[in-house]
Design a binder for this molecule. Sequence first.
Ligand SMILES: [Zn+2]
Length: 386
Amino acid sequence: MSEGKFKVSALKFRPQTFADVVSQDFVTTTLKNAIINKKIAHSYLFSGPRGVGKTTIARVFAKAINCKNAKDGEPCNECENCLEITKGVHPDVFELDAASNRGIDDVRSIQDAAKYFPIKADYKFFIVDEVHMLTIQAFNALLKILEEPPEYLIFILATTNPERIPPTIVSRCQRFGLHRLKITEIMEQLKFVAKEQNVTIDNESLFLVSKLGDGALRDSLGIFDMAVSFCGENIEFSSLKEFLNLPDNTIYFNTSKFIITSDIKSIISYFNNLEENGLDIITYINGITDHFRNLLIVKSTGSSELLDESDDTKAKFLEEAKNYSVDQIQRILKLLFDSESRFKFSSNQKVLMESLLVELCRVNREIVDISELISGLETLKKKTLK
Ligand SMILES: [Zn+2]
């Protein structure tokens, strides 16, 4: 899978310069300036969600620092150091995945390697991924190196869980928080990758693949590769949806329409039909919850700007929001959240779902709270007794 045409997109299009890194401008600019001004720290901590570029940036940094022809803090990607780091065979750049090498012996091997001068680069680089997985003893051994690092040593620690790293380690690092990518940023990159691979992809598909990555470019690229293998070089929304086996959002717009018109008969037969066709009940509830969450945002802000949806879908939500009051939406969301734990322990999710749908359809009715009724009667009684 690593050769030629079938190389996965996340690897094939892995950024080789700071300028190519998608988003994370604050991090790349700061690192570039550190190289230009020769103000290099000995240890860096990159934290952030998976798939947003932590190790990619670490490698570009290792190249830029050791490059023979670095220009404005960027690596040339042509000299021996650059080429070997890109291939992962440079003798002075080490990568360790702490998820599988978490013990003290692994850190001791770093300690040993750290004792010697770099072989051909100016700096010896240790990139430790998922560093929060290290054992306490391993952290202590690492701390010893970080306390008195030799001039030539640089550590880049990467993690998805910075809160699990001892403060003694964190305080010795220059910290960078990497953020999830925006859908529009992922879309731009996917457009580029599709063009490079001569793949055509329609806008709805582009949006969906970007969204499914949940802010991680690497995940979106993985979905894109699968889509190419399924749909071929022309990705269309209809076949993509079939491939991903995703419920269409019209399901939720229909459900919502039955709820607001209190059409219990239709909603039950609609649900039964979906269920017979293989719809997963938990997926369905989550979909309904997301739908009303979106409606709440549109209704309470008066705009669809904050939704992570395509323009078509945004317009549908704006229209739909006219049918509901904020109060109704909130009552529906409360019913959905209250039912969550019941579903977890239920042996008959189907019946539970049907009863929930009936409850949701009643949201339209006037709610008469018995206690309010009683207190109203009492007030009336007091008045007549006066
Ligand atoms: Zn170079």
